[in-house]
Design a protein around this ligand. Sequence first.
Ligand code: SF4
Length: 946
Amino acid sequence: MLSYSGVRLGGKMNHTQPVIDTSPKVSDEIRKTTCYMCACRCGINVHMKEGKVAYIEGNRDHPVNKGVLCAKGSAGIMQVNAPSRLRSPLKRVGERGSGEFEEISWDEALEIASSRLAKVRADDPSKLAFFTGRDQSQSFTSFWAQGFGTPNYAAHGGFCSVNMAAAGIYTMGGAFWEFGQPDWDHTKMFMLFGVAEDHDSNPIKMGLGKLKKRGAKVVGVNPIRTGYNAVADEWVGITPGTDGLFITALIHELMKAGKIDLHYLAQYTNAPVLLDSDPASESYGLFLRDKDNKPLVIDLNSGKKVAFDKKGVKPDLNGSVRQAGITHTTVFHKMAETYMSPEHDAANVAEQCGVSEETIRRLAAELAHVAFEQEITLPIEWTDFRGEKHKEMTGRPVSFHAMRGISAHANGFQTCRALHILQIILGSVEVPGGFRFKPPYPKSFEIHPKPHYGYAPNQPLDGPHLGFTHGPEDLALKADGTAARIDKAFTWENPMSSHGLMHMVISNAHAGDPYKIDTLFMYMANMSWNSSMNTSGVMKMLTDKDENGDYVIPNIIYSDAYSSEMVSYADLVLPDATYLERHDCISLLDRPICEADGAADAIRWPVIEPDRDVRGFQSVLCDLGARLGLPNFTNEDGSQKFADYADYIVNHERKPGIGPLAGFRGDGSESGRGDVNPDQLDKYIENGGFFVEHINEDASYYKPWNTAYQEWAVKMGLFDAPSPYLFQLYVEPMRKFQLAAEGHGDRQPPEHLRERVRETMNPLPVWNNSTDKDYPIHALTQRPMAMYHSWGTQNAWLRQIHGVNPLYVPTKIWEQNDFKDGDWAKVSSPHGEITVPVAHQAALNENTIWTWNAIGKRKGAWALDEKAPEATKGFLLNHIIHELMPAKGDGMRWANSDPITGQAAWFDLKVAIEKVEAPAESKPNIPAQKSPVGKGPKNLTWKVGA
Ligand code: SF4
């Protein structure tokens, strides 16, 4: 409301100011829940008018976003009103892929699903492949799959960023991504590698704001200068896939200059651990251990070898000892040998990296200067795990962050490991000014589960599916040596595939390699479009029939909230509710929303009721689990155990006293551990949808070694007993796989993989070229800040920002091809070609082209008009990326994946480009599919409230 009391009377002005209502009431009621428009999971205030969503704003009290809201978050209102929302369960009536369905009741849908799945479970549970996409309920979906008994479960980590997660956990007991953060309040130099803008985006934006305000230097290492790199003080336009080479050159420079934190390395890492250094020995490269299996170090006080964690020990980085005729030297000695070698000198890597020798040396010097000349000290006393009391906390204020850009390469695991080594030698992890973990991390890989794959008819699996292998004995292999899992995770092809290989499931199931399946059951994964390599090939695999005229993949059940491209390939569609219409749990058992200073979790709850015949997928699994008689979803009398997902969230206990939500347990006053509280969800709603418990100051840094933190973590139920550990610069399990490849032990790789295992499983990261040398140009995709994964890719507001996705071309290639605005190009790879519109971008690595991912849509999908720019000019690079590499000399085709973790190597794509006549539409021009929800209206307008 605006009223003026300033009135001109007879030429005289009355200077009273206008009265402005700066906070007009915009709603009848505010409901506080959690955003689902990206993985940040910010707190949002949903303003309601007459029972409808009128407006979304950020929740100022929320630990993640403190009131900040991004364009995606506010556009959530269009997500819950999208014309593409599925309306009812669907049964396929036409050919698979045609999009022809009939609407059926939930009873019929659940009867169809449960009768088929009951037969599978009774016959051979491994015939069910259950894979979920970018949902945020993996601890729940894996619990369901475990109860069913199939070994074939994973979420989308394998095609997303398992390299980042696994490298972080194996090396430091925690990773970047949402699992840690720079110490935004103290860091003075911040380098970010390969970070797109769709993850952790509000916290990073807020953090960058803090750094800019304090004048801290931000360096962006990325082939493409957009987003965070555009606001960085320095942009390093590196050649894709060479980050590992660049990072090891920085390590070389720092080691050569002696600018490494020797105290930190000796106290908190395995640098002083003694290694068998005799190449003729059967245990060459393994740690020397005591009778309790603890790694040994030389104690500088006594000169004797002792367990690394003995009270008062001062580990010697240069120790050596001879035992049983074998010399043992330290990991640090091995590191010096490896990284001081001239091959890592800046002069020898500069050209390949596309970064000058001077820049590499200068950046190393700047890192060293900030770390060692500008160290900061906080007057906080703490006690370490060896019992030593410290009067203060000293920090090296350089910090790093990295995401999918360095991870989605076939050398991604080792590149991520190299970055962690760089952080660690600078002494800048878990110290003031450095990188900090968010609970439930840090946590050593040794206390994570190992993979489980033991199954039998009508029995639950023998343990959690995913985990961390410690050596060949943990591989998921059948007695005959073949893969136990359909995605071949945890095999010699990718021994440390901690998140599975979702991108290989359809092609393996189609090929019947390692075996055929009956039912492919997927959730929120657009596998016939932007979530698969070889998109056209996958469509064919999903529709191929055998000699009897039956589909090669016999049964496909799919759940999604929207009419995505994948829906038309399902035989049965289970329509999900949108994020404002259902319960969810952002859990410490899963992907929580913690900050470095505290543990936090949150819920979603139905702030509106669905206006369609849809159900939250997790509630459907509770029902399906009971119909199938899964032991973890039924009571003793056979009745349904969890009425719905909300009931599970409140009443499920993973261990006594530990459930999906850590807050308001017991009588409502307990946190972490405590009895089930039937009012827990109401308490969360009263509290704004979240719970947070802060860490005391004396536990806030040095967490892996800090007694106060370890005790707090036990109290919170993050682990059962204090579990301090050393950072693993040298990952011994990798050496165990190498030893097997060298001919040691009972379990050895097949001959065709022996050399690859030996070469790739290096326990100290070294770089290898992962890209095709025959094609000259690198081709990348990245997600825009304004758009997140599959389910959020079609939004009436956000498509105004990115309705088409040109192929961005750097100046050199632009001029070589004489491109002009409005031109089109043919882009070819060993696998195929696409024809697409081009645009010029100067701030780009000179040998790299790129585009935004998932803007292009298939005609008929997402309730879009067939002439929509997304369907006519938009395109995917996925068509020219194959899930298999070209045949080797022996005719074998290996997966286009990291050989250690199986991570999809999206960014290893190399192409050729040429100018072509502009076609009417981008190619390949995939035929339209029939939309099960019709087409959206031309104009989407409505008014909420009077
Ligand atoms: S950053 Fe992500 S979670 Fe936060 S408001 Fe934006 S879309 Fe929502």
